[in-house]
Design a protein around this ligand. Structure first.
Ligand code: FES
Length: 237
């Protein structure tokens, strides 16, 4: 397998053939903001937070979708990129109901962390304050549509890792929402295995464990990488 050498933020890094700029940057310890990409899951390019500048290209590229190439010169942190990311985070905050002080994952939310890292101390848009439902029908999990940013991590974890495909997206535009099975209450789902992979990959408080204090809500989608490695090594067979 061939290896490419490229420059990211002035550092020379290497990437295996087919690896994305995001993966190469993360391997080298370079942080690129993201909300939809998770190592081990397919990348939908939904959040656009990972956009980067590539020398010689006249438009921004999503680092999670763009393959690293030999000699590429990438910049991940410019004032224009920062402004664009701030704008995206503000739009996400205005679109849903993200009141951190009463959120079940306050302190462990990736959207919240990103907003803090980007110095988003206010939102320049009128909040929509949508009146969305909360599905508490499942015995162990809850789904709060008010806090969902439609990154689809949960859908992909359920489909690509668990193989259940209980979750999906229904509707379009402002009516788009996560559904279970054929838009039934989660607790009535016959396909859900109750594995909780969706909850662990959710970057916000949209999916949460019921009856747990905020301190136990810390999520870590790194378990997906471990599952994939274990399956590849046939550790569980
Ligand atoms: Fe690349 Fe979301 S992480 S578009």
């Amino acid at each position: 397998m061939s290896v490419h050498t490229l420059e990211i933020d002035g550092r020379m890094v290497t990437a295996l053939e087919g690896e994305t700029i995001l993966a190469a940057a993360e391997d080298a310890g370079i942080f690129i903001p993201k909300l939809c990409a998770v190592e081990g899951l397919s990348a939908p390019g939904a959040c656009r937070l990972c956009m980067v500048e590539i020398a010689g290209q006249n438009k921004l590229r999503a680092a999670c979708l763009t393959r690293a190439a030999e000699g590429m010169v990438v910049r991940t942190e410019t004032s224009a990129l920062r402004e664009q990311r701030k704008l995206l985070v503000e739009l996400l905050l205005a679109e849903g109901n993200h009141v951190c002080s009463v959120c079940v994952v306050n302190g462990y939310c990736e959207l919240q962390s990103l907003a803090a890292a980007l110095d988003v101390d206010h939102v320049r848009f009128t909040p929509r304050y949508p009146a969305r439902t909360i599905d508490l029908s499942h015995e162990r999990f809850g789904l709060d549509h008010n806090r969902c940013i439609l990154c689809t991590r949960c859908v992909r974890a359920c489909d690509e890792i668990e193989g259940a495909h209980t979750l999906d997206v229904a509707g379009r535009g402002r009516t788009a929402r996560i559904i279970t099975d054929l838009a039934e209450p989660w607790g009535h789902s016959e396909s859900c295995t109750g594995c909780g992979k969706c909850v662990r990959t959710c970057p916000t408080g949209a999916l949460f464990l019921k009856n747990k204090p905020a301190a136990e809500m810390k999520k870590d989608s790194g378990f997906i990488r471990q599952i994939i490695a274990a399956r590849r090594e046939k550790i569980w067979i």
